[in-house]
Ligand binder design. Sequence first.
Ligand code: MP5
Length: 512
Amino acid sequence: MTAQNTTGVQNVHPSPPEFVRQQLNSVLSDIKIEAIKTGMLFDADNTLAVAAGLKAHFGGVNSPKMPPLVCDPVCVSTSGHTLLQADAVKVMISDLFPITTLVTPNRQEAELILSQSGKQMEINSLEDMISGAMKLRGLGPAAVLLKGGHITLSMEEVRRVCDSSADIDVVRDGLLEENMEILQVAETDPSARHVVVDVLHQDGATTVFVRPRVDSTSTHGTGCTLSAAIACALAKGHNIKEATRLGTTYTHTGIEMAFPVGTGFGPLNHMHSIILRSIPLPTPSIPHPFTRLLIQATSGIWKSYVEHDFVKQLGRGTLPRECFIHFIKQDYHYLKYYGRAYALLGAKSPSFSAIGASAQTMLNVVTEVKTHASFCAQWGVSHKELDTTLESPATTAYGAFIIDTGLQGDRSKLVMALAACLLGYGEVGLWLRKEASKPNSWVKWEGNPYVKWMEDYSGEHYQNAVRAGLEAIEAEAVADPPSRARFNEWVKIWGRCTSLEKGFWDMAMGLL
Ligand SMILES: Cc1ncc(COP(=O)(O)O)c(N)n1
């Protein structure tokens, strides 16, 4: 038991190991266990009590009945208090690691565990983290997540290390924020230190999770939160890599969505995914918090849309010509629905400025159709052919869904329905441009037949429209903070449009 607050840990009162064992048995004899997480164990006797209790219940070290176990080797609090005695570290290695699925040390904990097992090393760089994670894996756990919260890196460093080995896989989550905010900075100043990485090592494979650094005082218990979130994802049946992705995203958002408590380092917001704040969002430095919640709530389908095979083949320049032509013809029809939807948005808008903004976008769409038609002409598709091409069911489905959402719902629902298209294409454009800038990239820019398309969507003009769209979504949330039920409706519409977007590209690929 600890006496602690946001300023630090004032005292620790160890529980008798027999009592810990009893509590363990109380839970194990009653509740079906899908995953386990250990936190602060404090001394050797308690560590042994937990390890022995689990082995006795589940049938020993290699028992198939042993549920996934995440061991958070809580050694020292952020404030500097010892939370695991030196002899307990040895017991953790000898008795707990053999039944551990994933151990989640931070830099200091990793250094301590390694020095206790005669593999002393300092961890200062990404290379150190990778070799440290490998060494820790040698101590028995099935996987190691070495957390990099205390080591701020530049994108340049991350790229250099990750590109140097084919065994390293890089996961960047929260694609939208990542692409729009961080990589733009990285491109202008690749040496700026603004990312943190967590290194996962298992079965000879290394995965590096890259995220922007968040400057916040709401970080008390970050490691506890992360290990618990990963254990939850493992309990749901996700594999270690996916559980880590989900857990790190959850934790990252928890820091961003927290509001300050106390005079020191306060807790994260653990409720960010179920309770939307109904007071103004706290940290203006966090870009587009509400949009990110929407994307997070639909992350699987969002990824299948923005990283669609159509996009990848287009980036490589290998997309069959007939697929692209089919797509641009259907896009022409879709734009008609899109323009009409903005007219509807204007009709539903309460102020002159909002009516004006909708009208302006509607006019932009009309102008863009002309550009679209001349673009199609370059591909040998005449205006006449565009007008006589029949709409595909996927086009009608998507267009009609947007119009119907606008007719049925309030203004904000229509805003959500229109955004998936705008933001998704913006993200695709930036992603391809970013990938193309890497050495030996899979994206071909020069000489790619689709370069004009990629330039348009990654270009200044379109990205400005994306920024305006992002602001519009954020404004909806701030002007009238949604209830849980209303937010769910928005997520439903956003998710539906995202899958209809995916369907649009499926349709074009379906020609193959
Ligand atoms: C019971 C307990 N477990 C873990 C920590 C470490 O968290 P932090 O490093 O944020 O102080 C803590 N302070 N208390």
